[in-house]
Design a protein around this ligand. Structure first.
Ligand code: PBG
Length: 330
């Protein structure tokens, strides 16, 4: 069927025609909005490294959660900042930690909003690492026990989904066992399964005050986060997490890893999430600020690409903007 029988442009002649044949549409149902919470009252402080993002206290985050629910966004992902950091990150499982407090308040005020909690130690440890250090190494198995403890404390506060982001081996199993043993059978696990050691987490580490401390001798996260060059290994990580009891698996970051999302989509049937991370977000914001790209158009193109690659769920700092501007996207 060569030219002129086939003219591909026939199906591009108008907005309605393009809409009719469009293969991929991002909807508000696909979006998760990340939020940062710290202890205190009446805090709503702009985060310097991340445009339009704020540090909230548990009282002010409720209003924000209500606004997010009103926009139709189904879920938020909570990150906590502690008052005090220590070697094991013990504030992470404190009953009156900022996350636990925020979860209780949000679930009370907006029960229909799904609350996902990030489960990790890096913001809570004095070392800035996602695990506890023993003999100058990250101690995998000891860390898994703590992650299970954190998950349980989030579930007790009312979290719907816990999301371990540490990349320790066996943590999904440890968390699933802890949840089952304590009657939290319906708390889901969204595992950061294929999380790469990426340069694109920079703005987030400022926001979460979670950069690794060089004095530990471990200046990066490369002994636990994945090597960006590995695609087959990413599928192995995902397969293991599903076996261990993950309900949703995640690829992170999103844009440099669309091939991983596409491969995972072909291989696995469970929901796949992709995290459009802080550096990806701020590249667009900075380019728009400099007058180089149209922010709304770039946002739509990027989120559509992530969905087209095969992600069901997109975690993005653009979620509110996308939900607000969706009427324009035809
Ligand atoms: C912590 C964590 C990180 C992100 C989410 N959870 C950063 C890291 O691994 O240092 C990054 C999110 C983002 O950049 O938006 N385990």
């Amino acid at each position: 069927m060569a030219f002129p029988n086939t003219r591909m442009r026939r199906l591009r002649v108008s907005g309605s025609m393009r809409r009719l044949v469009r293969e991929t549409t991002v909807t508000v149902n696909n979006l998760v909005y990340p939020l940062f919470v710290r202890k205190g009252n009446r805090i709503k402080e702009p985060i310097k490294s991340m445009a339009d993002c704020f540090h909230f206290s548990p009282d002010t985050i409720v209003k924000e959660a209500e606004d997010i629910a009103k926009l139709g966004i189904p879920a938020v992902l909570l990150f906590g900042l502690p008052d005090k950091k220590d070697k094991t990150g013990s504030e992470a499982w404190s009953e009156d930690g900022a996350v636990q407090d925020a979860v209780r308040r949000i679930k009370k005020a907006v029960p229909e909003l799904i609350v996902i909690t990030d489960v990790c130690l890096c913001a809570y440890t004095s070392t800035g690492h996602c695990g506890v250090i023993k003999d100058a190494q990250i101690d995998n198995d000891a860390t898994c026990e703590l992650l299970a403890k954190i998950s349980l404390s989030h579930a007790q506060a009312g979290a719907d989904i816990v999301a371990p982001s540490d990349m320790m081996d066996g943590r999904v199993k440890a968390i699933r066992e802890a949840l089952e043993a304590n009657s939290f059978k319906d708390v889901a696990i969204m595992s950061y399964s294929a999380k790469f050691a990426s340069a694109f987490y920079g703005p987030f580490r400022d926001a979460a005050e979670s950069a690794p401390d060089a004095s530990t001798g471990l200046t990066d996260r490369k002994t636990y986060q994945m090597d960006p060059a590995n695609a087959r290994q990413a599928l192995a990580e995902i397969a293991l997490d599903i076996e261990e009891g993950a309900d949703i698996v995640m690829v992170k970051p999103a844009l440099p890893y669309l091939d991983i999302i596409a491969n995972a989509r072909r291989r696995f049937d469970c929901p796949i999430a992709a995290y459009n991370v802080s550096g990806e977000y701020m590249m667009v914001c900075s380019a728009a600020q400099a007058g180089l790209v149209d922010k709304d158009a770039a946002m739509l193109e990027i989120l559509t690409a992530i969905k087209r690659a095969g992600a069901d769920i997109i975690i993005t700092y653009f979620a509110k903007k996308m939900a607000q501007s969706s009427s324009k996207f035809v």
